[in-house]
Design a protein around this ligand. Structure first.
Ligand SMILES: Nc1nc2c(ncn2[C@@H]2O[C@H](COP(=O)(O)OP(=O)(O)OP(=O)(O)O)[C@@H](O)[C@H]2O)c(=O)[nH]1
Ligand SMILES: [Zn+2]
Length: 350
């Protein structure tokens, strides 16, 4: 059986593939509301008709107008229509990164416009049609599938996550290079022109879920979520980089060495690891999915700041996140400051 996605109505699942889906496309300083509007307007040389189609309230109205003026369609339209469609479908996805991510996330499934009315662009309803639109979408998908940041993570699904601080929208991603599952918890509405308050939180099962006081992770996690809710909007990225990238079992090995006197950096090194094995480059994929170009980043870690910047993300402001200092993590925090360069206030680690 072929794995196929059939789409048609823009409000149905995979409706974003339809030309009727709202997807603003800017060309020569004007904004076309949908690819359908643009496509129909190109049939005419008369600028008045083009303008009328541009102004159509809905894509259905744009379609109907083009039928109304059928006798004025330009002579070579049948020769150029496929090229026009290819161009505008490509622009639709290039200019709407969320849609490009969703397109790439369809993987290698066959995309079919399931249209009873159309056997050229669609499948004709019974599968006998040419599905030219589906083929163009698959070509465009091929292009973005091989391109950063679209190939870094695949978005899978989103759902509500009510918490003690407020209700977040949780987005699930799969990192393409490793198969790891990462989360973005979005609170409130993100404005594309304002850098949101974000936290890139590396997984620490012991601190985040098991209340460990050996580190500051659990305390930072709750404060970060609280801060985001208080700010009115923001994103907590939960990155599956357990143990600074060495994994849970190796972190227990490292803790064992620390119980015997090693510090957090020495323990990693004795196990044959670098002090910090994390790679943040895939974060660009999640940020681009959320249309975030610059951020206010909650962290004390200068390596994280550098890594994020070198992954192409602009840090507008660093927001310190000093939480949970206690007798059990006193040495851990001091080592972080001395060897990893964490920027803590003197009072926090005294
Ligand atoms: N290998 C190792 N990992 C640890 C140890 N203690 C905590 N971790 C891990 O360190 C990571 C902490 O990550 P973050 O909370 O992002 O903290 P950070 O990189 O110090 O930076 P900020 O909190 O942003 O300032 C988590 O993945 C923890 O599992 C340890 O002693 N050894
Ligand atoms: Zn921790």
């Amino acid at each position: 059986m072929i794995d196929e996605i059939k789409f048609y109505e823009p409000q149905d699942s995979y409706g974003f593939l339809s030309n009727f889906a709202p997807a603003p496309i800017t060309l020569s300083d004007v904004v076309w509301p949908t690819s359908e509007h643009y496509y129909h307007a190109q049939k005419f040389v008369d600028p008045a008709i083009q303008q009328q189609i541009f102004n159509a309230e809905t894509p259905d109205e744009a379609f109907n107008l083009s039928r109304q003026y059928a006798d004025q369609v330009k002579d070579d339209w049948m020769e150029v229509r496929e090229a026009v469609m290819r161009y505008i479908v490509f622009e639709k996805f290039r200019q709407n990164p969320r849609l490009a991510h969703l397109l790439v996330s369809t993987g290698d499934r066959v995309l079919t416009e399931h249209s009873h009315k159309d056997a050229f662009w669609g499948d004709g309803g019974d599968g006998s049609g040419r599905n030219t639109l589906g083929k163009i979408l698959m070509e465009v998908r091929n292009y973005f599938s091989n391109k950063e940041p679209y190939n870094l993570v695949h978005f899978v699904e989103s759902a509500k996550l009510p918490t003690q601080w407020g209700t977040f929208q949780m987005y699930g991603f799969v990192e393409q290079a490793t198969g790891k599952e990462h989360l973005a918890l979005v609170y409130g509405d993100l404005d594309p022109d304002t850098p949101p308050l974000i936290r890139l939180h590396s997984e620490c099962l012991t601190g985040d879920a098991l209340f460990s006081a050996r580190c500051d992770c659990g305390f930072q996690l709750s404060r970060a979520m609280e801060n985001i809710v208080n700010a009115g909007s923001g994103v907590l990225f939960y990155l599956r980089q357990e143990g600074r990238g060495i994994g849970l079992i190796n972190k227990i090995r490292a803790y064992h060495l620390q119980d015997q006197g090693a510090d957090t950096v020495e323990a990693n090194e004795r196990l044959g690891f670098a002090a910090d094995m994390r790679d943040y480059s895939f974060c660009r994929g999640m940020l681009s999915f959320l249309n975030i170009k610059s951020v206010n980043l909650m962290t004390n870690n200068p390596r994280k700041v550098r890594a994020i910047e070198s992954a192409g993300i602009k840090i507008e402001k660093r927001v310190p996140l000093q939480e949970g200092n206690n007798p059990h993590n006193e040495n851990y925090l001091k080592t972080k400051a001395a060897k990893l360069g964490h920027m803590f206030d003197k009072e926090f680690i005294k």
